[in-house]
Structure formats: C-alpha cells, structure tokens
Design a protein around this ligand. Structure first.
Ligand SMILES: Nc1ncnc2c1ncn2[C@@H]1O[C@H](COP(=O)(O)OP(=O)(O)OP(=O)(O)O)[C@@H](O)[C@H]1O
Length: 246
C-alpha cells in the first residue's frame, strides 16, 4: 500500500460557533481493511464523516481518495468517486417498499424515474439480489416503515451497495440493533471486505469494534489521539483516559 491509496484526510477542521467539532484532524485509513473510528460522545466522529462524504463543508484541510482531492465536493460526487455511507439514524424512505428504496438509491434525486414502469429490469434484479444478500428478500414488497429498526439498517446497507462503492462508511451499524442482527451485519461486513471493499466504521459497541476491525482510530476532542490494531488500542492509557473523561 502506498500513501496515495485509499482515503486520506489532512488537517481537517470544522467548527460550529465556538465548538471545534473537528480540529486539525489528519488520518490515513488502511485501504482494503476494516477501519474503526471510535471516541467519546461529541468527539467529532460524525462531523468527520460528514466532511469526508460532502454532507458538510469543512472549514479547512483536505480529503483525498487515491490521491484525488475531494475536499468540499457535494455528496453525490463523493458517491460517484466510490465512497458510500450509511447514517447514524438510519435513513430510508418509510412509505416506499424495500425494493423501491433500493431503486431510488441507485438513482439519487430521481424518485419518479426509479418508480416508473419503465425502470430497468437490471436495477430490479440487482435490488432483489442485494435484498437476498442482506437476508431480507422476503420483505421486498413491505414498506420500510413496517420493518424493524435492524431490518431498516440492513435495507440501508443494501442501498449503499446499489452504487457498488469501493469504500463504505458506516455510522453506528450496531446502534439500536438486536444481537442476532448485529452478528449478521458483522458477517456481511467481513464478507464484503473479503471481496475487496474498504470499511470505515463509527461504532460505540466495543465488542463489535474489537472483533470486526483491523485498524482502530481513536478520536478525542475533534482529532485522532491514537491508532493501531484493536488489541493495542484496548490497552492504550491515552484511550482509557479519553473514555474516562480525564
Ligand atoms: N450541526 C451542528 N451544529 C452545532 N454543533 C454541532 C453540530 N454537529 C455537531 N456539533 C457539535 O460538534 C461536536 C462533535 O459532534 P459529533 O456529532 O461530530 O460527535 P460524535 O463523536 O459523532 O458524537 P456521538 O458519538 O455522540 O455521535 C459536539 O460538540 C456537537 O455538539
């Protein structure tokens, strides 16, 4: 792996009023691996994700992907560059069926076209294939609002996969999900990673982080304070101090 491969963030900064949500953060993620981003509440993880994926414009710093500068790009361009993401509070269209949600996901901003009778069979086949992959194909015609929260998270993940991203950012994939579905999501992440997709996962469930990730980056007060393999991170005094609020 060269320094140019994958996602690299240099000196990223984003303030809200007097709060430096992300403060001069520089991180290089392990391309091809499962990376975790952890840290206490309010340490800037979601803001960092939002800056990387074009949901929020950073005040300073750069975001590069395979050496290409994506800083300040709108979200759809970041997605076209091969970076997909899910949200902390799962985002699906509640009144669309599971399969319709995926058809919309493949054509952002084009709900009518995605739902028209002329929609391409290939998209439908792909959507059904992905629902099968995440294990909810039997719910294809059920409206998203009638799915459990964990099933909605699986649907959201299938939606991310519709765009075939090379790198996937997941914001709290295990949050609010029952243990059986956490296991399924973990297994899916491993499978997708084995197929060559890079993951960057924000997660508070330490069992999930420690069992799933190859590389852990720890945020505190808007910037990384430690990074390394899970076993090292677990024993790092700086990390323990951050979590204990020292
Ligand atoms: N839109 C916003 N407006 C004002 N302040 C914000 C906004 N978004 C985030 N912040 C503030 O920025 C800081 C970092 O928040 P952020 O949500 O990025 O942290 P986090 O590590 O993702 O937290 P959590 O683990 O609780 O999700 C917090 O102090 C938060 O209150």
């Amino acid at each position: 792996m060269t320094a140019e491969r994958g996602l690299r963030v240099e000196g990223l900064t984003k303030s809200y009023g007097g709060v430096r949500a992300v403060d001069d953060a520089s991180v290089t993620f392990r391309h091809g691996r499962i990376n975790a981003l952890i840290g206490p509440n309010g340490s800037g993880k979601t803001t960092f994700f939002n800056c990387v994926t074009g949901m929020v414009e950073p005040d300073g710093g750069t975001v590069t992907y395979h050496g290409r500068d994506l800083t300040g790009w709108p979200a759809h361009r970041v997605a076209y560059a091969g970076i997909g993401r899910s949200f902390q509070l799962c985002r699906v269209f509640p009144r669309l069926t599971a399969v319709e949600n995926l058809l919309v996901a493949v054509r952002p901003g084009s709900v009518l076209r995605a739902l028209s009778p002329a929609r391409r069979k290939a998209d439908v086949d792909r959507a059904l294939g992905l629902l099968t992959r995440v294990g909810i194909e039997h719910l294809a015609d059920v409206e998203a609002r009638d799915l459990s929260y964990g099933q909605q998270k699986l649907l959201e993940l299938a939606g991310v996969l519709m765009a075939d991203p090379e790198t996937i950012l997941l914001d709290e994939p295990a949050g609010g999900v029952n243990p059986a579905l956490i296991d399924r999501i973990g297994a899916l992440v491993r499978e997708l990673n084995a197929e060559g997709r890079t993951f960057l996962i924000v997660e508070h469930n330490m069992d999930v982080v420690m069992s799933l990730s190859d590389h852990v980056v720890v945020f505190d007060r808007g910037r990384p304070i430690a990074e390394g393999p899970p076993d090292e991170i677990r024993a790092d005094p700086l990390v323990l101090a951050a979590y204990l609020g020292n």
